[in-house]
Design a protein around this ligand. Structure first.
Ligand code: SAH
Length: 225
């Protein structure tokens, strides 16, 4: 797997320049993303560093990108939408992401939350995401190599939980890891998947179905490759 990290690439040349990133932000606005904090974070994070070099020129397009091991990095709109929904215009303390993948969404979360935990079951993806987040000096993110199906009880409760892989049905145990007033954004379904928002309110949970999405499935157990 290529993981070239040189200055030229980081500073951005050609298709990975600041201008390209600004165009992505403009497009996100047109698509209805309104949260300025989320837009600022996405302007900040160099998305092209989270994909293989061969893919870098497409990193700011409105497409999902392969990150190997049959996994994909969601298109910018979905990343922005999930974080916007999670924030609901308010600052986030501790956040959990299930499915670190490339580490991109965790990097964006690191700019809008105090503390981020992200879990990955595929070892090479875990290692690469951890290295990438270190290289970017995002010290408020903890990357763990675990099966995240049951969340991370030892670090709970979380103000926000994002599932980056689709569960066939709404996972019941996870919601107990939400803090009071906590929010979870998650794709649910098999062939047909919907993005849901789950909100914890005094003694109960409110479910809102948002929009149709396409995510890789949540799988169980750890994998070496
Ligand atoms: N948020 C990622 C994209 C994730 S793709 C990014 O920004 O790049 C979904 C990821 O979820 C994949 O890497 C997959 O390996 C991981 N995944 C699926 N089931 C999981 C589980 N039970 N525990 C942890 N990670 C899981």
């Amino acid at each position: 797997m290529a993981s070239v990290m040189n200055g030229a690439r980081h500073n951005g040349i050609g298709m990975t320049s600041q201008r390209t990133r600004l165009r992505m932000i403009e497009r996100l606005r047109e698509q209805g993303i309104k949260d300025e904090t989320v837009l600022a974070a996405m302007l900040e994070v160099p998305r092209h560093l989270f994909v293989d070099e061969a893919m870098a020129s497409r990193a700011y397009d409105d497409v999902s990108l392969p990150i190997n091991f049959e996994q994909t990095l969601s298109r910018p709109y979905i990343v922005a939408r999930m974080i916007e929904v999670l924030r609901a215009g308010k600052p986030l303390g501790r956040v959990l992401e299930i499915g670190a993948g490339s580490g991109y969404q965790a990097a964006v979360l690191a700019h809008v939350a105090q503390e981020v935990y992200t879990l990955e079951r595929i070892k090479p993806l875990f290692e690469r995401a951890r290295q990438q987040l270190r290289d970017l000096k995002l010290r408020n993110v903890s990357v763990r190599y675990v099966d995240g199906s049951d969340g991370l009880p030892e670090a709970a409760p979380f103000d926000g939980i994002i599932m980056a892989a689709a569960a066939p049905v709404m996972p019941e145990s996870l919601r107990e890891q939400l803090a009071p007033e906590g929010r979870m954004a998650l794709p649910v379904g098999k062939q047909e998947q919907w993005l849901y928002l789950l909100e914890r309110e005094a003694g109960s949970f409110r479910e809102t179905r948002l929009e149709q999405v396409k995510f890789v499935p949540l799988l169980s157990g750890k994998a070496l490759n």
